[in-house]
Design a protein around this ligand. Structure first.
Ligand code: MBD
Ligand code: FE
Length: 285
């Protein structure tokens, strides 16, 4: 596979920035999402927090200029989506979904694409011939918090390949590789096959990688499957599911692991690879 040698942080960053701009434009640019009083309050508080750090920690001109150069580089590398989703989105998600009684969700991250191909019951997610990775049969049920099965619920899945690359962000992959939409049957059940993803390292050759290196951090996320679960009249759940024993479940760079999001895969008695069950419970709107 070509991707390993040719993927560049700036390329996936530029793609992530462009994708986000497109989705914001499609949503009407979120005009009016922040009114004047709220903008004044939040921006003043954020600016004061930074000024307090400068004063308290006696930030030098060298440090100030390093920050300025780095912020410019984040933009040039297209890494604002990556930076924000790794280091801030988990708190936004916590606030947004605190009232939910159904399944826990977690952050979306920078690599979601809407409208992935709809696949039949028991279908296999699009993948290349010989796609590396252990086959994984994934089945479960979508229900409402009152226990009613949600027939026709949409289960969108996207994940990285065995080398940690997402289609439409890294070059050289088929457009919908490892992206698909499954529709729950009359009992709210779904079943499909994919491959088990590998632990994921965020791009290290851009501005975010530079910060990680300079601060002596690591760039790893545990292996994960991304989901969006939706049904008319219910709050959409954005989630990620993880695998027990992954060395990065305890120190995810994106702080997006929760105990409720841990899978329990077993050897598949009816085939090769593994099988796992996981249900999603949605809150009414
Ligand atoms: C990912 O694949 C991801 O899920 C997050 C949250 C950040 C960077 C890359
Ligand atoms: Fe991811």
């Amino acid at each position: 596979f070509q991707t390993e040698v040719s993927a560049k942080a700036a390329e996936s960053g530029a793609n992530a920035s462009a994708q986000f701009a497109e989705r914001m434009a499609a949503a009407g640019g979120r005009r009016g999402a922040v009114d004047t009083a709220r903008a004044d309050y939040l921006a003043s508080k954020a600016i004061k927090a930074l000024n307090d750090i400068v004063i308290e920690d006696k930030v030098s001109y060298e440090e100030y200029n390093a920050l300025k150069a780095w912020l410019i580089k984040v933009g040039n590398d297209g890494e604002w989506p990556l930076f924000l989703d790794v280091w801030l989105e988990h708190s936004v998600e916590e606030v947004a979904n605190a009232h939910h009684e159904g399944s826990k969700g977690t952050i979306e991250g920078p690599y979601y694409i809407p409208d992935s191909p709809e696949l039949p019951w028991n279908g296999t997610i699009p993948m290349r011939d010989g796609e590396p990775g252990t086959p994984l049969v994934f089945k479960g049920q979508v229900r409402a918090v009152d226990g009613r099965p949600l027939s026709g619920a949409k289960v969108e899945l996207w994940h990285a390949d065995n080398l940690g690359f997402y289609s439409q962000f890294a070059p050289g992959l088929p457009e919908w590789n490892l992206r698909g939409t499954f529709i729950a049957n009359e009992d709210g059940e779904y079943e499909f096959t994919t491959i088990r993803p590998a632990p994921y390292m965020i791009p290290t050759d851009g501005a975010c990688g530079q910060l990680i290196e300079v601060a002596g951090w690591h760039a790893w996320r545990p292996a994960h499957l991304h989901f969006k679960i939706s049904a008319p009249g219910y709050d959409l759940i954005t989630s990620q599911l993880y695998f027990p024993g992954d060395p990065h479940n305890e120190d995810d760079i994106a702080s997006a692991v929760k105990p409720e999001l841990m899978l329990d895969p077993h050897d598949n008695p009816n085939g090769e690879g593994e099988i796992v069950e996981y249900d999603f419970v949605l809150d009414p709107e």
